[in-house]
Design a protein around this ligand. Structure first.
Ligand code: SF4
Length: 396
């Protein structure tokens, strides 16, 4: 993995695109990243208003390349949700159902295993989140994770948002630390970033009243990092937040990362409005999504990976984000409900070869990664046949 000095050193030696070189604001940010390594809140706010989107994405792409050259990462994963029953009713959420709803479901551990089984040899990770179930306690999840590990020891379990973890700890009458220790002992390997929404409590109070505060979200991640459990972090934008709120969100994550260092990847994604209940949402245009990816890359100097989450963005917009600062395009996924309930039309049957084609078409090199970004396989695809030729590579 590139270290702090290396990426800045490489950045200083890179050819500067004309759209950056001729733009005083972007040139200033480039110099500041090379010399100091960190942009300020004011820099971030100015970048959110930067008129030249081409210049902004070019600068973000330079920074991405200074860390990872032409590499774009993905993994082979499967999404399985545990339940859509939830005691909360976040206003942006199209996924949750009340316990008596005709489409409410809860998945038993056995059913969960059945869902993985047909794909178990084709995936390296199961990604699992769900609603805040009114009855399930820690034993339910510990049993689930133990069963997955028993049946499929090679599969990495990335599961439970910070909000779910707080809910489980309260239902079980134990601390967050104890909850994480038990779950980790049962097989939990890492934690996804969901539940962050916007880390500004006045906005949270309007879009997801009753949900834990920004501090509580960060505290769960901090505890996980202290226990050696890696996590991701996210941002839901395009509801009712301002640019100031978005930058505040990035700064809070950056500050947390300075202290505990366990965030692997940042995943910003826009609110998808269909079927859900936030009529006052401003929504985010495609160029705003691309801008958010670029600004995230530039502001989050201490979180290595920026993900273009194709289940939310769709393949076309995701591929544009790969030239605007993102270095990761998530995975094969196979099944997804949360974004699709909210209106996503991203194809769920995309084979790995198609994902590779999408990456190659951006002029990048596809690298299949494991869930903790420490095992990498460079993938070459034979154009005519679609046959994949994996080549194991060492450190990136
Ligand atoms: S976002 Fe999560 S916590 Fe909020 S209603 Fe939906 S499932 Fe429940």
């Amino acid at each position: 993995m590139s270290d702090e000095v290396d990426w800045r050193q490489r950045l200083s030696n890179m050819e500067i695109p004309i759209s950056v070189a001729t733009n005083s604001e972007l040139s200033y940010c480039l110099d500041r990243l090379i010399e100091v390594g960190r942009l300020t809140r004011e820099d971030g706010l100015r970048l959110m208003a930067e008129p030249s989107l081409i210049g902004l994405t070019s600068l973000a792409n330079m920074v991405k390349k200074s860390r990872f050259d032409e590499k774009i990462f993905y993994n082979r994963n499967l999404h399985v949700n545990t339940t859509n029953i939830c005691v909360l009713a976040c206003r942006f959420c199209a996924f949750r159902k009340g316990p008596k709803h005709s489409e409410a479901y809860e998945m038993s551990p056995v059913k969960f295993i059945d869902r993985i089984a047909p794909l178990s040899t084709q995936i390296d990770e199961v990604h699992s989140v769900g609603g805040l179930h009114p009855e399930w306690k820690i034993n339910h999840y510990a049993e689930l994770f133990s069963m997955i590990k028993r049946e499929f020891p090679h599969i990495h379990i990335k599961s439970l948002t910070a909000i779910e973890i707080i809910h489980i700890s309260k239902r079980s009458g134990i601390s967050i630390r104890e909850t994480l220790k038990i779950l980790s002992g049962a097989g939990l390997d890492s934690i996804p970033g969901g539940g962050a929404e916007i880390l500004v409590d006045s906005i949270r109070d309007r879009i997801c009243r009753g949900k834990e505060t920004s501090d509580e979200y960060l505290q769960v991640h901090a505890t996980a990092h202290q226990l050696g459990i890696p996590t991701n972090c996210t941002m839901l934008f395009g509801t009712i937040e301002s640019n100031y709120d978005r930058i505040e969100h990035l700064i809070r994550l950056r500050r947390q990362q300075d202290q505990t260092g366990g965030f692997q990847c940042f995943v910003p994604y826009p609110f998808l409005p269909d079927k859900s209940r936030l009529p006052e949402a401003q929504l985010a245009t495609s160029s705003e999504v691309i801008r958010m990816i670029s600004v995230s890359r530039l502001m989050l100097d201490n979180i290595p990976h920026i993900k273009a989450y194709r289940m939310n963005l769709g393949d076309k917009l995701s591929s544009l984000c790969l030239t605007a600062g993102a270095d990761d395009i998530d995975g094969t996924v196979g099944h997804e409900e949360i974004m699709h309930e909210a209106g996503s039309t991203t194809d769920l049957d995309t084979p790995e070869s198609e994902l590779i084609r999408l990456i190659v078409n951006t002029g990048s090199t596809p690298i299949r990664r494991n869930s903790t970004y420490n095992e990498f396989t460079e993938i070459h695809s034979l154009e005519s046949t679609g046959i994949l030729l994996p080549i194991q590579v060492g450190e990136i």
